[in-house]
Design a protein around this ligand. Structure first.
Ligand code: DGL
Length: 274
């Protein structure tokens, strides 16, 4: 029987990130739950989170969750690996009536690569921000899902900021490509076959990363969208024609909610292919 429940249409979903990284998750959510109402907070006044302490990031997460609660959002996607690592446990305690979905490096991927590949063909790394890499939560995740240390880890100091800056200064494309090459150069000699993208900014330029390092990238965006769909209790297929054209966007730099068109997600990444 067709589910005519309106629950999903009325669903208000919040997301936040230090900046535009959560767009990689939002893009998937638009495909999976197109008829929900999205409230996206970009904490760009305090980006990047990568070099910040857990306590600072948790303080920011509390302020943002409160702002989303005031928009009557019931489910928040912490669309940032760094904020998930630093604060999701404390968010759940502080806001017991809200549902939180976190984003974590998709280390399970190692066990999903096809059998029969040689060790060189299976060579995998995970890329995160500095803060995620140092976090207890990431260390626990790595010990649990990669007990034999098959996946090498690198914390990248500048990559999220480079991507964020490029979004707002798209004319500096040549400079962006040059900086990107420089940032990733040290990884080339290792000849990895796979890179798990452990920061939501990275999938925004996944094609470019794949080209520079000659590998395949992996990120959990589609799984997160499925998790949100499951928590929203529904089958979205019937609502495909109700897709809203906009999402509600809040930048902490500008301190105001505005409506933004979905097309603006692509920004300068259009040519790179989001
Ligand atoms: N996009 C974020 C993440 O997934 C944060 C990047 C940053 O602000 O350093 O980790």
């Amino acid at each position: 029987m067709i589910n005519t429940d309106k629950k999903i249409n009325e669903k208000k979903i919040g997301l936040f990130d230090s900046g535009i990284g959560g767009y990689s998750v939002l893009a998937e959510l638009f495909k999976t739950l197109p008829s929900a109402h999205y409230f996206y907070v970009s904490d760009d006044a305090f980006a990047p989170y990568g070099p910040k302490s857990d306590d600072f990031i948790t303080e920011r997460s509390f302020i943002i969750a409160q702002a989303l609660k005031e928009q009557n959002v019931e489910l928040i996607v912490v669309a940032c690996n760094t904020a998930t690592a630093a604060s999701i446990d404390r968010l759940r305690v502080k806001f017991p009536d809200m549902t939180f979905v976190g984003v974590e490096p998709y280390l399970n991927a190692y066990y999903k690569i096809p059998v029969g590949l040689t060790p060189a063909q299976k060579k995998m790394m995970v890329l995160t921000t500095e803060s995620t890499g140092k976090s207890e939560r990431f260390k626990r995740l790595k010990e649990r899902l990669d007990p034999d240390s098959q996946i090498d880890h690198y914390g990248l100091v500048n990559l999220a900021k480079l991507i964020e800056d490029f979004y707002y200064s798209p004319n500096d494309r040549e400079q962006f490509y040059k900086s990107l090459e420089e940032e990733l150069a040290f990884l080339k000699p290792h000849r990895y076959s796979f890179a798990i993208l452990g920061c939501t900014h990275y999938p925004l330029i996944r094609k470019k990363i794949e080209k520079i390092l000659n590998l395949k990238t992996i990120s959990p965006d589609a799984h997160i969208a499925q998790r949100v769909l499951a928590l929203s209790g529904g089958d979205e297929a019937i609502n495909q024609n109700l897709i809203p054209d906009f999402y509600n966007f809040f930048s902490t730099k500008n301190n105001i909610w505005i409506k933004k068109y979905r097309a603006s997600l692509l920004g300068p990444f259009k040519e790179i292919k989001l």
